[in-house]
Write a protein that binds this ligand. Structure first.
Ligand code: CP
Length: 318
């Protein structure tokens, strides 16, 4: 098996099927090890992860930090880099990245600007992992999303997936769309208010890879026919026009009644955090997978850190 070929994790398009399988197999192994022999508890001994978060996060930052610690590495962190790093004094991202190269072995970065992780990677000699860049991409979220889907359906072929909510500014749905092109017979339905429709670059990419998609505004009409509903939050902080936000907010709620009209084997996903788009009453619905999905973030991020920092091992852990 070839060594992990990526120097950085910046966008979903970097992953082909072989690479996805490698990440998922490694995640399976590391997940099993956590409740077993703990053969990998010192795998990243001596390695340091810098988590540089210029935007808020619960799941991504804590799961990355937990992943590093569970593999025996250590973490240096700023959870509010815009205020508590020297970015507040005007330091450029390039300078901050160069400095972190001297202190850490891997940088996990969340930033408010699309393209920021790619810019950091251009000048970084250590791996940069994109933990979300504005309305750009969130590739590690997409990996854990695919891992969750693969687990639910014992494979990912012939699935019809509805993405619902803020598709214009939602980086998770953009990254997931890219990954879905790697699987056969996938069909995507984009359900959104007109003010936050999926952008044309993603639609063009799906066309290029012959993935059928269409747009819908009526959530009720698609509920019974899909295998997965991927709900998203209407992201108030990304709207430039408050009136557009007012139009979009609260439009799509996956109520218990709607959830019960889904196919019995269908699943409900959400990258979280949620506001009101999935009521708490749905949490006990057997189709709800969003907490399991967040937990899978730990295993996927352990796998990525292991693969990026253990290249000399020449392959996946078994
Ligand atoms: N899904 C996700 O990125 O969550 P956080 O913003 O809490 O990291």
């Amino acid at each position: 098996m070839a060594a992990f070929p990526l120097a950085h994790v910046i966008e979903s398009q970097q992953f082909d099927r072989d690479l996805l399988d490698l990440v998922f197999q490694t995640a399976d192994t590391l997940k099993a090890d956590l409740s077993g022999p703990r053969r990998f508890s010192k795998a990243l001994n001596g390695k340091i992860m810098a988590s540089l978060f210029y935007e808020p996060s619960t799941r991504t930052r804590f799961s990355f930090e937990s992943a590093m610690l569970r593999l025996g590495g250590t973490v240096i962190t700023t959870e509010n880099a815009r205020e508590f790093s020297s970015a507040a004094k005007g330091e450029s991202l390039a300078d901050s990245t160069r400095i972190m190269n001297g202190y850490a072995d891997v940088i996990v970065m969340r930033h408010n600007e699309a393209g920021s992780a790619a810019r950091a990677a251009e000048i970084s000699g250590i791996p940069v992992i994109n933990a979300g860049d504005g309305a750009g991409q969130h590739p590690t979220q997409a990996l854990l999303d695919m891992y969750t889907i693969a687990d639910a359906f014992s494979g990912i072929t012939g699935l019809k997936i509805a993405m619902v909510g803020d598709l214009r500014y939602g980086r998770t749905v953009r990254s997931l769309s890219y990954l879905l092109t790697k699987y056969e017979d996938t069909e995507i339905i984009f359900v959104s208010p007109p003010v936050c429709k999926m952008e044309g670059d993603i639609k063009a990419y799906l066309d290029k890879y012959n993935v059928p998609w269409h747009e819908e505004t009526d959530l009720d009409s698609i509920v019974p026919e899909v295998d997965c509903i991927y709900m998203t939050r209407i992201q108030k902080e990304r709207f430039h026009d408050p009136e557009d936000y007012r139009i979009a907010a609260g439009k799509y709620i996956l109520t218990q009644e709607r959830a019960n009209r889904m196919k019995p084997e269908a699943i409900i996903m959400h990258p979280l955090p949620r506001v009101d788009e999935i009521p708490k009453s749905v949490d006990d619905n057997p189709r709800a997978r969003y907490f399991e999905q967040a937990q899978n973030g730990l295993y996927i991020r352990m796998a990525l850190l292991y693969l990026l920092l253990n290249k000399d091992d020449g392959g996946p852990v078994r």
